[in-house]
Design a protein. Structure first.
Length: 163
């Protein structure tokens, strides 16, 4: 009986598969949004202000950071929780694939969230005259919370590896 339960529990890891497929659909949506932003800006590029262009570029950077985060979570999560990914040729395999455990994924996600939050904060500062001081203050508080959380998680991870 115990062996059957263990086999069922082990096989249940495949229930995560639809989650990773869903994340890849999210990545497709991000890609569409990225090119939508580019197509949107092309007709107005010559009349757009420099700060307006910087805001568009920051939006594109934001999308790229979220996309990178999605790829990292999809690949690492799949390899850690479901099965190793097989590629046709070893050169096509990304260098970090197979090397990230759950703690390193967690730290990479935390640092990516800090980077994404930084881009949002920079965009906010670029339009500071249009935004209330209360909103700016709360965005800074939230960003600092992300920063301290990332440092805290990295510190805990470092302490747990010393033992």
């Amino acid at each position: 009986m115990e062996k059957i339960i263990e086999k069922i529990i082990y096989a249940s890891r495949w229930l995560m598969f639809p989650v990773y497929v869903g994340l890849s659909f999210g990545f497709i949506l991000l890609t569409v949004k990225f090119f939508q932003q580019i197509i949107y800006v092309i007709p107005d590029i010559l009349i757009m202000s420099e700060s307006g262009l910087v805001l568009i570029v920051l939006s594109l950077i934001d999308i790229a950071l979220v996309g990178g985060l999605l790829v990292m979570v999809m690949f690492s999560g799949y390899e850690n929780f479901i099965a190793k990914m097989e590629t046709n040729h070893e050169l096509k395999r990304l260098g970090w694939m197979g090397t990230m455990d759950v703690n390193s994924i967690k730290n990479k996600v935390a640092s990516s969230i800090v980077a994404i939050s930084s881009v949002h904060l920079l965009r906010l500062f670029m339009e500071a005259e249009k935004i209330s001081n209360d909103k700016i203050m709360w965005c800074i508080v939230i960003h600092l919370t992300f920063v301290f959380s990332a440092f805290g998680m990295a510190y805990i991870d470092k302490m747990s590896k010393k033992k």
